[in-house]
Design a protein around this ligand. Structure first.
Ligand code: BES
Ligand code: ZN
Ligand code: ZN
Length: 511
C-alpha cells in the first residue's frame, strides 16, 4: 500500500475507485449530498435514483459500489452514521470498509475525497491520518503461508477539495507521518503472526538486529550464557524448559531526535509460545498463545517508528523473550528464582510466566539506563480479557502524568485503553511467605491488578505504566464480526500506534 496526497481532481477521477463518505440521512432529509457534486451527469442520475428510493442512507457500515456509466471506474459510498456521532474512528473504519469492498475486484488505485470525511470534530489532518490507517490496516493479510490471494488495493490517493487545497503543508506532514506508522503496524503484524516454530526468541533477536542495521540503532542481544552472568534468573527459569528455543533478552537503543529530551524505556513480554509450562493450559485455544510475544513485537514496531519519525526522546526498547513449555528442565511450582535486581520470586504457577520474564527486563532497564519513564506492553492476564474484553487494553500506572499522556494518545489513535487501579491491597496480595514476591495469588481475584502490583517491584520508583494487552493483541473468529474493520484475522499490533503517538508528543506532555 502507498498513500499519496494530491490536489488535482483529475488524479482522483482517474483512480479505479473513488470513495466518498455519506452521513446518515434524517427521515425528512432530501438534499443530495454536495460532496457528490463533482460526479458526471449520468453517475449523478444513478445516485439520485438510489438516493430517492432511500437505498443509500448513510447508515454506519453501509457500503454502496456504483459503476459509473461511462466506464471510468467505480464510486464507493460509505455510510458514516449520524453527524452527531462522527469522530476519527468512524473514518478509520470507513476507509477499511472501502478497501475491503474493493478486494478481489481488480481495483488497484483508490481515491478518497477528503472533504467528505472532514467535519467537526474531525479536522482534515485527523481524517487524512485515519484514512491512511484504515486503508493500510484494513487491507492487511498475513500471506506468508498462503499460495493464493485476491488482489487488494495498492495505492490510496487523498484527494483534496478546493477548500482543503489552500494549505497543504500540515496535511502533507500528517500523511507522511501516518504512512510510516501504518506501514510499521503492517510490518509488526507480519512478525507477530509468525508461528512459534519460526518466531523463536533467537528469531526475534535477529529481527531486532536487522532492524538495527537498517535504521542505525544499537542492538544488544543477551543469550543464556550472558543472562546467567547477569543473574537474570526470571528469564532463564521461564526459558529453561525449551531445549530447541533458548531465551534471549534484546535491547535496542534509539538516541533521540534533534530536540533531545528525556529517556523513555519501552519493555515487551516476548513469550514465543505459552503452553503454561508444568502448570499446563487446556488444549482449547492454545494455538493463540503464539501471540504471547505480541508485547515484545510491538516494542520492535515502536522502535522502528520512533527511529523513522525521529521522535524527540531517547528510547530504549527491551524484549524479554522465552518459550514456556513443559519438559524435564522446566521451572516448577514451588521454585524460587532470583531476578536481576536481587528480588526473589516464589513460583506458584508456571503459567504466570510473563511477569517473571518482565521482572528481569524491567530491573535491567531501570538500573542500566535510568529512564525518566518506563512503559511495558504485555499479554499478561486472562483476567484482562474477561474484565475489558478483547478490544480495550488495561493501563495501570504509578504516575498520573504518564498515564494521562497515554490516555491522550489513545484518544487520538483510536487504540482503546482504560485505566485500572493499583493499590496497597493488591501489593499485599503478591507478597510471599518464602520469597519477596509470588507470581500468583492462587485465587481468581483481581488477577490483572495483582499482576501489575507484582511488576511494580521491579521498576524501583521510576514513573511506570503497564499496558495489559492480552485481549487487544489479536483477534479470533469468535468476535471478528464485531471488531473494527481494520482489525483482520490474527495479530493487531496493538500499542504501536498508541505508544508511537505518545513518543511523538512526548515533549508536550512532559512539560
Ligand atoms: N499469556 C497468558 C495470558 C493470556 C490469556 C493472554 C489469554 C492472552 C489471552 C498468561 O501468561 C497467563 O497464562 N496468565 C495466567 C496467570 C495466572 C496463572 C495467575 C492467567 O491469566 O490465567
Ligand atoms: Zn501463561
Ligand atoms: Zn503468557
Amino acid at each position: 500500500m502507498k498513500a499519496l496526497l494530491d490536489r488535482r481532481e483529475a488524479t482522483a477521477a482517474a483512480a479505479d475507485a473513488v470513495v466518498s463518505g455519506l452521513f446518515e440521512r434524517g427521515e425528512k432529509e432530501t438534499t443530495f449530498p454536495k460532496t457528490l457534486a463533482k460526479e458526471d451527469a449520468a453517475t449523478k442520475g444513478l445516485l439520485h435514483a438510489a438516493w430517492d428510493r432511500r437505498e443509500v442512507r448513510g447508515k454506519k457500515g453501509e457500503v454502496t459500489v456504483i459503476h459509473r456509466p461511462d466506464g471510468r471506474g467505480r464510486l464507493v459510498l460509505i455510510g458514516l452514521g449520524p453527524r452527531g456521532r462522527f469522530d476519527h474512528e468512524v473514518v478509520r473504519r470507513a476507509a477499511a470498509q472501502a478497501v475491503k469492498a474493493l478486494k478481489g475486484k481488480g481495483a488497484r488505485t483508490v481515491a478518497f475525497r477528503l472533504p467528505a470525511f472532514t467535519q467537526e470534530p474531525v479536522t482534515s489532518e485527523a481524517a487524512a491520518r485515519a484514512i491512511v490507517d484504515g486503508t493500510y490496516l484494513g487491507s492487511y493479510e498475513f500471506l506468508k503461508y498462503r499460495s493464493t490471494t485476491e488482489g487488494s488495493v495498492e495505492e490510496t490517493t487523498l484527494a483534496l477539495g478546493e477548500e482543503l487545497g489552500r494549505d497543504e503543508t500540515l496535511l502533507r506532514k500528517a500523511v507522511d507521518e501516518q504512512r510510516v506508522v501504518a506501514e510499521t503496524v503492517v510490518w509488526t503484524r507480519d512478525i507477530a503472526n509468525l508461528p512459534a516454530d519460526t518466531a523463536s526468541p533467537e528469531r526475534l533477536a535477529e529481527e531486532a538486529r536487522s532492524l538495527g542495521k537498517e535504521l542505525g540503532l544499537k542492538v544488544t542481544v543477551f543469550d543464556e550464557a550472558k543472562l546467567e552472568q547477569m543473574h537474570c534468573g526470571g528469564i532463564l527459569a521461564v526459558g529453561g524448559g525449551s531445549s530447541s528455543h533458548p531465551p534471549r533478552m534484546v535491547v535496542l537503543e534509539y538516541p533521540g531526535g534533534a530536540r533531545r529530551g528525556k529517556t523513555i524505556a519501552v519493555v515487551g513480554k516476548g513469550i514465543t509460545f505459552d503452553s503454561g509450562g508444568i502448570s499446563i493450559k487446556p488444549a482449547l485455544s492454545m494455538q493463540h498463545m503464539k501471540f504471547d510475544k505480541s508485547g515484545a513485537v510491538a516494542v520492535l514496531g515502536i522502535m522502528r517508528a520512533a527511529a523513522l519519525l525521529k521522535v524527540p526522546p531517547r528510547v530504549i526498547g527491551v524484549l524479554a523473550c522465552a518459550e514456556n513449555v513443559p519438559s524435564g528442565t522446566s521451572y516448577r511450582p514451588g521454585d524460587v528464582v532470583r531476578t536481576f535486581n536481587g528480588k526473589t520470586i516464589e513460583i506458584l504457577n508456571t503459567d504466570a510466566e510473563g511477569r517473571v520474564v518482565l521482572s528481569d527486563a524491567l530491573g535491567y532497564v531501570v538500573a542500566q539506563y535510568r529512564p525518566d519513564e518506563v512503559i511495558d506492553l504485555a499479554t499478561l492476564t486472562g483476567a484482562q480479557v474477561v474484565g475489558l474484553g478483547d478490544d480495550t487494553a488495561a493501563l495501570m500506572s504509578t504516575d498520573d502524568r504518564l498515564a494521562n499522556g497515554l490516555l491522550a494518545a489513545s484518544a487520538v489513535t483510536g487504540e482503546p485503553v482504560w485505566r485500572m487501579p493499583l493499590t496497597d491491597y493488591h501489593r499485599e496480595m503478591v507478597k510471599s511467605d518464602v520469597a519477596d514476591v509470588r507470581n500468583s495469588t492462587e485465587i481468581p481475584v483481581g488477577g490483572m491488578l495483582t499482576a501489575a502490583a507484582f511488576l511494580e517491584n521491579f521498576v524501583g520508583g521510576t514513573p511506570w505504566a503497564h499496558l495489559d494487552i492480552a485481549g487487544a493483541a489479536y483477534t479470533t473468529a469468535l468476535t471478528r464480526k464485531w471488531q473494527p474493520s481494520y482489525q483482520n484475522a490474527g495479530a493487531t499490533a496493538f500499542g504501536v500506534r498508541l505508544v508511537t503517538r505518545y513518543l511523538m508528543d512526548s515533549p508536550r506532555t512532559s512539560t
